[in-house]
Design a protein around this ligand. Structure first.
Ligand SMILES: [Cu+2]
Length: 471
């Protein structure tokens, strides 16, 4: 039988994970901390009487993070109580494709009623995320529309500064439905009826969009969870995750500034103060807030409708009471370049164009997305990347949509956004603006298949993905 030390050495050589025979696993349970992840149908009460039927990971969606230590293997045991095949994706981790958790990378999947076991070596440190990578298609209860997500914090903490309290927040929307601008004006039917009739009629509308009826932070709609209790003069470190399926969000805390220290769990080269945070789907922000404006405040979405649907949490100073106050923020728009050192980038070895288009022809009103004039197909041959080589991706967005773009198993450097320097910022998701451009450098370290896609689930399910293979 392997000793723990021999096993750690093997794990190191295997680049971070090992698939193990059941007999070997039995002996490991006592050697490494176990992480049981049960995919299970759940009811989430986001407000009194407002119950969402969903599928979640066993520990729920209350925002409490799974904590791991960088480089220390975790024995992950996933059981699937749901009736569909599931993929559990470790977002922002540098792990082998076998356990990254996507169909396109031929990772392990968890059959309905089935179980899988593997060792995961968490790296790099910082704010990470685990979520379902199942296709959802037209079912707005599956994949990232569901409650299958959790914040993951990989210790040790990078130097995020001194603080008195540490708070984890995960945002999510619920009760998704399809809509479009024409049908929004006819309020006579329910959204579900409208969609059914629309599909039956074979009308060709402009494309369908997803909208939601409710929203939560840490599983509670605004005003229905415990307030975050603070004292004047405290420094509070917020770890924020946008766990939406499709929505980019802007968040503010009236009367306060966010001192941003890390993006996607990686320290920024230049820390900066902002009044408005913006997070694309899958993005994380670590920011310290000094509590110097006593009162009872709403920390919430800048969008009135979204806040009324529940996207917010109450911040309550000691000794203060009353109705939580909201004020529309004033201040500079979110801009990655605020956190850049603006140094000249290293020279690229290879340049790859990435041109994003919405296909002219829709599929019964369901849009299709193209990268370099191609909608993803399972039979696509992967594009080859070379380990250790600096690949410069040049993105052009020819659409009027925002896209949160994600490379799996990678940490890339943002070189510029719309021509503005953003060097020194390392991320795993970045947002490209409507008709925007972006330059991103990737020096792959992880061998094997790597999925790139738009983290908007509707876009991803509609052709917006591409597979690379690092050799
Ligand atoms: Cu997109």
């Amino acid at each position: 039988m392997l000793t723990r030390r021999e096993l750690l050495s093997l794990v190191g050589k295997a680049g971070g994970a090992l698939l193990l025979a059941p007999s070997a696993l039995a002996s490991l349970r006592n050697s490494f901390p176990g992480l049981a992840l049960r995919i299970t149908p759940t009811k989430v009460e986001i407000a009194p009487g407002k119950v969402i039927q969903t599928v979640a990971y066993n520990h729920g969606i209350d925002g409490s993070p799974l904590r791991m230590h960088e480089g220390e293997p975790v024995h992950v045991q996933v059981a699937n109580d749901s009736d569909v095949e599931e993929y559990v994706h470790w977002h922002g981790f540098l792990v082998p494709a076998s356990v990254d958790g996507t169909m396109e990378e031929r990772s392990l999947s968890v059959p309905p009623g089935g179980k899988v076991d593997y060792l995961l070596v968490p790296r790099p440190r910082g704010s990470r995320y685990v979520h379902s990578h199942a296709m959802a298609g037209r079912d707005l209860t599956r994949g990232t529309y569901s409650g299958q997500f959790s914040f993951v914090y990989v210790e040790p903490r990078a130097s995020l500064g001194d603080y008195d309290q540490e708070i984890f927040l995960s945002t999510h929307e619920w009760e998704g439905y399809f809509t479009n601008d024409e049908l929004d004006e006819e309020a006579t039917e329910t959204p579900d009826q409208r969609l059914r009739e629309h599909i039956a009629s074979e009308m060709e509308p402009d494309h369908w969009e997803v909208a939601y009826k409710s929203a939560s932070i840490n599983g509670k709609a605004l005003g229905h969870g415990e307030p975050i209790r603070v004292k004047e003069g405290q420094r509070v470190l917020f770890h924020i995750l946008n766990a939406s399926a499709t929505e980019n969000i802007r968040l503010s805390l009236p009367g306060h500034l966010f001192h941003v220290v890390a993006l996607d769990g990686n320290l920024v080269p230049r820390q900066n103060d902002v009044a408005i945070l913006e997070l694309g789907v899958g993005e994380r922000v670590d920011a310290v807030v000094e509590m110097y404006t006593p009162g009872v405040w709403i920390f919430g979405s800048n969008d009135d409708v979204s806040r009324e649907q529940g996207m917010g949490v109450v911040i309550e100073y000691a000794g203060r009471a009353g109705k939580p106050a909201w004020r529309d923020p004033t201040g500079q728009d979110w801009d990655y370049s605020l956190f850049s050192n603006a140094e000249a980038p290293d020279k690229a070895d290879v340049t790859l164009p990435m041109v994003i288009d919405r296909a002219m022809r829709s599929l019964k009103g369901f849009e299709q997305w193209l990268i370099n004039d191609h909608a993803y197909s399972d039979s696509d041959a992967p594009t080859i990347l070379h380990s250790g080589v600096r690949h410069r991706f040049s993105f052009t967005n020819n659409s009027d949509d925002w896209h949160p773009l994600h490379f799996h198993r990678s940490r890339f450097e943002l070189i510029s956004i719309d021509g503005k320097p953003t060097t020194g910022i390392y991320k795993d998701v970045f947002v490209i603006k409507p008709f925007g451009t972006a330059i991103v450098d990737l020096v792959p370290t992880e061998l094997g298949l790597t999925l790139f896609h738009c983290h908007n689930q509707l876009h991803m399910d509609s052709g917006f993905k591409k597979v690379f293979n690092t050799i």
